[in-house]
Design a binder for this molecule. Structure first.
Ligand code: FES
Length: 319
């Protein structure tokens, strides 16, 4: 089974003076950044994350806390290897930096990091995590250049100044490294959670009977397509927010989806939780274990997706 490392760039920083904040303390995320981090948290809430790792810098720790709220009980570890580039230019206003030059071309101090230094520390941690979490999924919050350099390195690119001039990963974006084996280069995919993708075809309308619930996979997620008796199609996460039951095994009544495990109900049009889990033993008859303590989590709304019908094509886009 593949081992998956998800790298999230921290959210937008409150930086009214527009300085290169580097590793300086007290640069936290802005209100807009908090909003974006919540959107990333929604995007990531169905991932089976077993551990969070974060850069020690405030903006990364604030971002990871928002992401981790959707995964109660999952530990958060702080790792210096995920930190921002060490550069003695930190604290300098961007307008005062040498024009057209990267910090790697204008190193002022022997301790200023090189591109190779960053690749070495990021790669070493990634391989350590692949070994420690074999077959699992973990999430790391880091910074623009370190994530970019890790991506370029694992893609086999030459790590030079021309390469690091390529655009940084967007804030709150998710770069996914899937390792089939520790000694094999990972498959790398990138998702700009905030920018959002275009519509993608995911099914044929003819495959969705009226009044049905259908499970599909899209962008590494399980999605429920609910087609009402009237022919409308809605898309939402297929995993119940209570204990992650598969909702396509439940029931559709009008636009209400009922979970097969403990009877939580969700509004298909909005993902809203209409009714929390019903703890009567009859709700566990399908594949639950009567008498076992239920999760104290009440559940919450489910992420939804924008649906467009084009002829016989069902197209999806994240909100
Ligand atoms: S898992 Fe859906 S209500 Fe419990």
């Amino acid at each position: 089974m593949a081992t998956t490392l998800l790298y999230v760039r921290h959210a937008e920083v409150f930086n009214p003076e527009s300085v290169l904040y580097g590793r300086l303390a007290r640069f936290g995320i802005s209100d807009y950044g908090k909003y974006h981090a919540e959107r990333a948290a929604t995007y990531l809430q169905d991932e089976p994350i077993v551990a969070f790792y974060t850069s020690p810098l405030l903006r990364a720790r604030q971002t990871v806390r928002i992401l981790a709220r959707r995964h109660p009980g999952v530990p958060i570890y702080v790792r210096g290897a995920l930190a921002e580039v060490r550069s003695s230019w930190q604290g300098t206003a961007f307008r005062a930096l040498p024009e057209g030059k990267t910090v790697y071309e204008t190193r002022q101090h022997p301790k200023d990091e090189t591109i190779e230094d960053i690749w070495r520390r990021m790669r070493a941690l990634a391989l350590e995590l692949v070994e420690r979490h074999a077959g699992q999924t973990v999430l790391c919050v880091s910074h623009g250049d370190p994530i970019k350099i890790l991506t370029l390195g694992f893609k086999g690119r030459t790590l030079d100044v021309a390469a690091v001039r390529e655009p940084d990963p967007a804030r709150c974006s998710v770069t996914r490294f899937a390792f089939a084996a520790p000694d094999v280069a990972p498959a790398v995919t990138y998702t700009d959670v905030i920018g959002g993708p275009d519509f993608t075809r995911v099914a044929a309308l003819a495959e969705l009977p009226l009044g049905s619930l259908t499970r599909i996979e899209h962008e590494h997620r399980e999605i429920l397509l609910a087609r009402t008796a009237e022919g409308e199609v809605y898309a939402l996460s297929n995993r119940c927010s209570h204990m992650r039951a598969h909702l396509h095994e439940g029931a559709l009544d009008g636009t209400i989806v009922t979970c097969p495990l403990h009877g939580s109900q969700f509004q298909a049009t909005s993902g809203a939780l209409v009714r929390g889990p019903q703890c009567g033993t009859h709700w566990t008859a399908n594949y639950g274990q009567p008498g076992r303590a239920l999760s104290p989590i009440e559940g919450g709304p489910l992420p939804t997706f924008e649906v467009r019908i084009d002829g016989d094509d069902v197209l999806l886009r994240r909100h």
